[in-house]
Design a protein around this ligand. Structure first.
Ligand code: AP5
Ligand code: MG
Length: 214
């Protein structure tokens, strides 16, 4: 099963993608997590990506597409994968399609987690992320068991650099300009499914599993 998670920043793509990956035993591939791991490890890619991410801008397609195309060619993706945060431009979507077509494959589902902008800003301020394992929490909606420590790995959880209110506004603008057109792109391919992302995390998940099947 090959799935794309679409949705605004903070819509809950990462939260749902992790649960889907676990249930269907497919790898969760988040370009944002990959860039953050590179920033943390001080790689060249990380240095380049950080310049854009800190401003709420997209990392250029040439730094992003090959990374994902290489990742989905790995053995663990043979039975499918879930993409979270990629594609987020039409050229990225075309690059993904082109890579799949070479193997006579195509994406199965593009799931749009729909949340209006006004809900987003509240969510982002309360989000805490583990930069070690990528787990995501929320101080109110999904708190860690021990304050400030990741439940999975015990590392510190932090407010992401790009979750400051002014950067969130930029990310939302970039989303509407560059990523939202993908909804129509996948609608035309007949693989678009929408879920109401303002519901509880569990309800959103059960709506998604109703689409994907048991
Ligand atoms: P990325 O890491 O992908 O960030 P994003 O798309 O902005 O999305 P977020 O991770 O912020 O939100 P999410 O939808 O995963 O929500 P979450 O589950 O955490 O990208 C970051 C940056 O990297 C980009 O801005 C760009 O610069 C760069 N980048 C990445 N991919 C790229 C690409 N393909 N091309 C170019 N650049 C790229 O949930 C949010 C919060 O809400 C959490 O605290 C969560 O606990 C809470 N929450 C979740 N669901 C619910 C619910 N149902 N009810 C209440 N609270 C909830
Ligand atoms: Mg995320």
């Amino acid at each position: 099963m090959k799935i794309i998670m679409l949705g605004a920043p903070g819509a809950g793509k990462g939260t749902q993608a992790k649960m889907i990956a676990e249930k269907y035993c497919i790898p969760h591939i988040s370009t944002g997590d990959i860039f953050r791991a590179n920033i943390k490890n001080g790689t060249e890619l990380g240095k380049k990506a950080k310049e854009f991410m800190d401003k709420g801008l997209l990392v250029p397609d040439e730094l992003t597409c090959d990374l994902v195309v290489d990742r989905i060619a790995k053995d663990d993706c043979k039975n499918g994968f879930i993409l979270d945060g990629f594609p987020r431009t039409i050229p990225q979507a075309e690059a993904l399609d082109a890579a799949l077509v070479k193997n006579n494959e195509k994406m199965d589902y593009a799931i749009d987690v729909d949340v209006p902008d006004e809900n987003i800003v509240n969510r982002m301020g309360g989000r805490r992320a583990c930069l070690n394992c990528g787990a995501t929490y929320h101080v109110v909606f999904n708190p860690t068991k021990v304050e400030g420590k990741c439940d999975n790995c015990g590392s510190d959880t932090v407010l992401r650099d790009d979750d400051k209110p002014e950067t969130v506004q930029n990310r939302l603008k970039v989303y509407h300009d560059q990523t939202q057109p993908l909804i129509e792109y996948y609608n035309k391919q007949n693989i678009l499914k929408s879920v109401d992302g303002t519901q509880s995390m569990d309800k959103v998940f059960s709506d998604i599993t109703a689409i994907l099947g048991e």
